[in-house]
Design a protein around this ligand. Structure first.
Ligand code: TMP
Length: 213
């Protein structure tokens, strides 16, 4: 059986990732592919427990290094328990955030050296990388406005200062620029329909999936 593919969706706070993931999953499903949607931090029982440690509570609860180690522990558990077994069975996995979020938030945002993150990822993931990464780019004011309008407890990162979120946005864009073969960058300030149309077209063409008219 052919292995499933792994697609990550990235972006700052309030970029509209959940809506786009739903649209993409429905499209792939309609083409007869088995699809699993998951998220980071989280996506397995152990990683969801770690998620709560990361996204709830005060901003200063962890220093950047502890935060990165928690994220990587969650990522390893998610891969071994959820992602790799699904891909082995031929399922396509769509993941809300993945390693580029660690570079953007812990690297560019909090200032951890990027080569330390390279080493941590080599240790945790080996050579595994997403087959495709979709970055939904959005001015941070728009994203934070959307994120604040959600009523939830997961506000630890949202509460960080504006300059932090600017660095995160710049980090994502720089990662995309450095690896154009893996990334598709979409303008998240367009309507949700425009973004999903562009995303679906890009995914179909990247994987040479043909839709029968
Ligand atoms: P979410 O709100 O998009 O589900 O993401 C949860 C938070 O976790 C978000 O504020 C970004 C943060 N995060 C990191 O800081 N590093 C990471 O590697 C990941 C995956 C998420």
């Amino acid at each position: 059986m052919e292995q499933g593919r792994f697609i990550s969706i990235e972006g700052g706070e309030g970029a509209g990732k959940s809506t786009q993931i739903q649209a993409l999953s429905q499209k792939l499903d309609s083409l007869g592919l088995a699809v699993k949607c998951t998220r980071e931090p989280g996506g397995s029982a152990g990683a969801e427990e770690i998620r709560r440690l990361l996204v709830e509570g005060l901003a200063g609860r962890w220093d950047a290094t502890s935060e990165a180690l928690l994220v990587l522990a969650a990522r390893r558990d998610h891969l071994t328990k959820t992602v790799w077994p699904a891909m082995e069975e031929g399922t396509w996995v769509i993941c809300d955030r993945f390693l580029d979020s660690t570079y953007a938030y812990q690297g560019y945002g909090h200032g951890l050296p990027l080569d330390s993150l390279d080493q941590l990822h080599a240790f945790t993931l080996g050579a595994f990388r997403p087959d495709l990464t979709i970055l939904i780019d959005l001015p941070i004011e728009d994203g934070l406005r959307r994120a604040h309008s959600r009523q939830d407890r997961e506000t630890r990162f949202e509460s960080l200062e504006r300059a932090f979120h600017e660095r995160v946005r710049h980090g994502f864009l720089e990662r995309a620029q450095q690896d154009p073969a893996r990334f598709i960058v979409l303008d998240g300030s367009q309507s949700l329909e425009q973004v999903s149309d562009q995303m679906i077209q890009a995914v179909l063409s990247r994987f040479e999936l043909f839709v029968e008219e």
